[in-house]
Write a protein that binds this ligand. Structure first.
Ligand SMILES: [Zn+2]
Length: 433
């Protein structure tokens, strides 16, 4: 019976179309690019034809929210693990040991596993354990080993490398494209230190920052051209994101700057501190002095002080073993100066992640993404599940949800519709038979 056969074929085809991405072949490759400190609205006062074209050809989120705390290492590690900071334990950009008072800037720790390997597996390792080939190009955490496993290929950012060399940016893209096309890598994470650097040094509301955004835009154009030359346009998904935003630091005489020593004798009351580092500070009170430190800081204006066990749940910081007993979050734009004002940054981050100035970007395009799709805002912790879905691998335990991002994938929406059509057709078939 011809109609019956036809219906059977259509129903079967629709059932295949409704299959989740992870049961489909071929698997496409994935490039994750992070431009450090790219505030969500940096493209709104600059001409960015290439970023605009990405939104037309793919997905744009209105903005995304980084985890607390809004700093480079903690936030990047949330993106690549899908875990909150309290779980992955990269709890500051300055790596530290509160017992020995050791403090190491994150760029010094990039290949030192003890600061990164805290029992959580980043995406590179989970993907490799499922047969994929992965690489990290300067991405924070990529140079460390996890449970004894290294990323297949990891380039660690050399110390003192200029952040804004456009020629080098393009060369890095050339290298990454050849890794995909000639060496068959499945996942590469690529990191750029701008516009964070210019945001700190010059400030976010400056012509210099706009110039860097134009340079980033040209780099996106170069990326798309190079993808085409390597025949990767139909087989490579690209996610462009960042770790946090940037805000202008408020200085004298516009405001009364915070100097914490006015409120407490730091040497007498604290055995460990990281202050003078933007809007997020941590302290270990000397034994028996916790309440005194807390009370003194509570009297200081333009900041909020938390005892560790009273940190709000939505910070996802409380469970951390590394975090000291006292956490201070300054109001937007205030630096937490400790004893004197020696702080030179014109812009900074580390402030509350609900502040719009801390929000950042998300763009994506490639064979698995819908075109011209505007996503509602979401938390960056959800990017991990999306990347696992794109790579068709089983995620490690994580704190995100694919449900948040799957609407941006071609198979979603379509899959629900095709699934219900298939069901209706099957029902019809059974009725006929
Ligand atoms: Zn920064």
């Amino acid at each position: 019976m011809k109609t019956l056969e036809l219906l059977l074929v259509v129903a079967a085809a629709l059932c295949v179309a409704a299959k989740p991405l992870n049961e489909r072949t071929p698997r496409n490759k994935l490039l994750l690019i992070s431009f450090d400190g790219f505030r969500w609205d940096y493209d709104q006062d600059v001409d960015t034809p290439n970023l605009d074209q990405v939104s037309v050809d793919g997905v744009k989120a209105k903005y995304i929210t980084p985890p607390m705390l809004t700093m480079t290492s903690p936030s990047h590690f949330t993106t690549i693990t899908g875990r909150w900071v309290e779980d992955h334990e990269v709890v500051h950009n300055m790596m530290y040991d509160a017992k020995t008072n050791l403090k190491l800037p994150h760029k010094v720790t990039l290949s030192k596993s003890k600061w990164w390997d805290n029992g959580v597996l980043p995406l590179w390792i989970t993907a490799q354990n499922q047969g994929l080939k992965t690489a990290s190009f300067y991405f924070p955490g990529g140079g460390a080993n996890y449970s004894g496993q290294a990323v297949n290929r990891a380039l660690v950012e050399p110390h003192g490398l200029p952040d804004d060399n456009e020629t080098e940016w393009q060369e890095n893209i050339d290298k990454v494209m050849s890794w995909f096309s000639e060496e068959d890598f499945d996942l590469v994470t690529l990191y750029y230190g701008e516009p964070d650097n210019v945001g700190h040094v010059k400030g976010p509301e400056t012509a210099d920052r706009k110039k860097i955004i134009e340079q980033i835009d040209r780099t996106i154009g170069y990326l798309r051209k190079t993808m085409g030359q390597h025949n990767l346009t139909d087989s490579l998904n690209v996610i462009i994101t960042s770790d946090h935003g940037m805000t202008t630091i408020k200085k004298k005489p516009l405001v009364d700057e915070i100097v914490l020593q006015k409120y407490l004798n730091l040497l007498k009351l604290a055995s460990f501190e990281i202050l003078d580092y933007g809007g997020f500070g941590i302290l270990t009170p000397r034994p028996g002095k916790e309440q005194e430190v807390y009370d003194a800081l509570s009297r200081a204006p333009n900041l909020t002080v938390y005892k560790k066990d009273e940190i709000p749940e939505d910070f996802h910081l409380k469970k951390s073993k590394r975090l000291p007993p006292i956490v201070v979050v300054a109001d937007l734009g205030f630096n937490l100066n400790s004893r004197f004002i020696v702080y030179v940054n014109k812009g900074d981050h580390g402030f509350h992640n609900r502040e719009m100035d801390m929000k950042t970007i998300f763009r994506a395009f490639g064979p698995d993404f819908k075109k011209n799709f505007l996503s509602e805002p979401f938390d960056s912790v959800h990017i991990y599940a999306l990347m696992c879905e794109l790579l068709q691998i089983q995620p490690a335990p994580h704190n995100g949800s694919l449900a948040v991002t799957e609407k941006m994938l071609l198979r979603s929406g379509g899959s629900k519709v095709t699934a219900s059509i298939s069901a209706a057709l099957l029902l019809l078939l059974f009725t006929i038979i």
